[in-house]
Design a protein around this ligand. Structure first.
Ligand code: RB5
Length: 144
């Protein structure tokens, strides 16, 4: 597991969940790199996906969590960056498998579609599960 901070970002729809997840990650011993947004004012989710991609590209974080209303827009935007493997998850099984099989480096959650407890459990599963490698490594390499 990386010693680097875990990057965390959301649009306005995800601000409340972001605060909950920040607390949960810090309680679990992680340092959090909060990339915003930090208020209710409407903002554009691609900017926060781009900020996440830049934080990972520049080595400020190896892993991150992104949130928007559904998780859809911000995951589409994040996956435009080739070094990002962003997985939109609605349950802990997919959060775990996103790490084990896909080596996902960004967990994406929908604040309006996933309950707080499930979102918290997904985050902990994502941060505590290693990539299995093996046959999955070849496939992940093929993603570019
Ligand atoms: C913002 O209203 C909303 O469209 C955004 O958070 C997200 O759900 C887009 O996919």
């Amino acid at each position: 597991m990386s010693d680097k901070p875990v990057a965390l970002a959301s649009d306005h729809a995800g601000v409340d969940l972001k605060a909950v997840l920040r607390q949960a990650m810090e309680a679990a011993g992680h340092t959090v790199l909060d990339l915003g947004t930090n208020g209710a004012e409407s903002v554009d989710y691609p900017r926060f996906a781009d900020a996440m991609a830049a934080a990972i590209r520049d080595g400020h974080a190896d892993r991150g969590v992104l949130i928007c209303g559904t998780g859809i827009g911000i995951s589409i935007a994040a996956n435009r960056h080739r070094h990002v493997r962003a997985a939109l998850c609605h349950d802990t099984t997919t959060a775990r498998l996103a790490r084990q099989h896909n080596d996902a480096n960004v967990l994406v959650l929908g604040a309006r579609t996933t309950g707080v407890e499930i979102a918290r459990d997904c985050t902990i599963a994502f941060l505590t599960t290693d990539f299995e490698g093996g046959r999955h490594a070849r496939r992940v390499e093929m993603l570019g």
